[in-house]
Write a protein that binds this ligand. Structure first.
Ligand code: SF4
Ligand code: SF4
Length: 277
């Protein structure tokens, strides 16, 4: 089975948001009322019920002229995914297509994946158990339309995009297409690059960007946090044996939240003036 890649060429995106609508439609996701973001961007970032968001960035070129930059942002389906690494219930896994999916039955809503995703694209959805009046949570994000892939259909965003800013196909072909497009746009955009970050093993959503990643709200060198590796490979197996699953989930949430907040603060300082995803 070949691996698949969603190729997002942001230079072709017109910001029409058809990909957002197609995603909502196929996945039966509810509309969400949003505060005004100060621009025509609809949501600040992806949410548990909005799995892809088109970001709008006003960018000042060196000559002082302004550009509107658009980016279809969603889960990148990392090959070495931090969310998979940190999940204490093994509720997140890889499919034969290369997509990263969450098994809601197994998810306990601890939020480790939310706190450790380098792209901040996974969130917790809140549900109510009417029978015993209890609230519970499940992590939610883009599935790369795995249920469509199983039926030999392409992701809803890719088939809907009217400008072919999103295309989908076998990894090798998509990477070749990305290289060809990069060569084409380089004379116009000297900072153009292909975003397929090695720090997360590469991704199954690859971008062609005309400017450096941070201009589009993407981390320049995302990595699986070291704390996640230590937690998953060493602390958790020992802790589960000694204290049980629930206690380790509580300890893990505390550690994960503390590290994440510190990481966010550092990133904010480093990227001061950068755009929001
Ligand atoms: S982008 Fe985040 S949620 Fe998606 S696979 Fe990577 S770590 Fe997991
Ligand atoms: S459908 Fe295509 S052109 Fe429209 S916002 Fe999405 S990526 Fe951009």
């Amino acid at each position: 089975m070949p691996e698949f890649v969603k190729l997002v060429d942001v230079t072709k995106c017109t910001g029409c948001r058809a990909c957002m609508v197609a995603c909502k439609n196929w996945n039966d996701l509810p509309a969400e009322r949003q505060e005004f973001q100060g621009s025509i961007q609809s949501h600040k970032k992806t949410t548990a019920h909005t799995w892809n968001v088109v970001t709008y960035t006003e960018y000042e070129q060196e000559d002082g002229s302004l550009d509107w930059l658009f980016r279809h942002s969603a889960c990148l389906h990392c090959k070495e995914a931090a969310c998979v690494k940190v999940c204490p219930e093994n509720a997140i896994g890889y499919t034969k297509f290369g997509s990263v999916v969450i098994d809601s039955e197994k998810c306990i809503g601890c939020g480790y994946c939310v706190n450790n995703c380098p792209f901040k694209v996974v969130e917790l959805a809140e549900y109510k158990d009417e029978q015993n009046d209890k609230t519970y949570y499940k992590a939610q994000k883009c599935t790369l339309c795995t249920n469509r892939l199983e039926k030999n259909m392409q992701p809803a965003c890719a088939v809907t995009c009217p400008t072919d800013a999103i295309v989908f196909g076998e990894q090798e072909a998509m990477l070749k297409q990305a290289e060809a497009r990069l060569a084409e746009i380089k004379p116009l955009y000297p900072n153009a690059n292909i975003y397929n970050p090695p720090g997360v093993g590469g991704t199954h959503a690859v971008y062609v960007l005309p400017e450096k990643p941070s201009v589009f709200g993407l981390p320049e060198d995302p990595r699986v946090p070291l704390s996640a590796t230590i937690w998953k490979d060493y602390a958790q197996p020992i802790g589960k044996a000694l204290f049980g699953v629930t206690t380790m989930a509580v300890i893990g949430a505390f550690i994960s939240n503390s590290l994440f907040r510190r990481h966010e603060n550092l990133e904010q300082v480093e990227n001061e003036g950068g755009s929001e995803q």
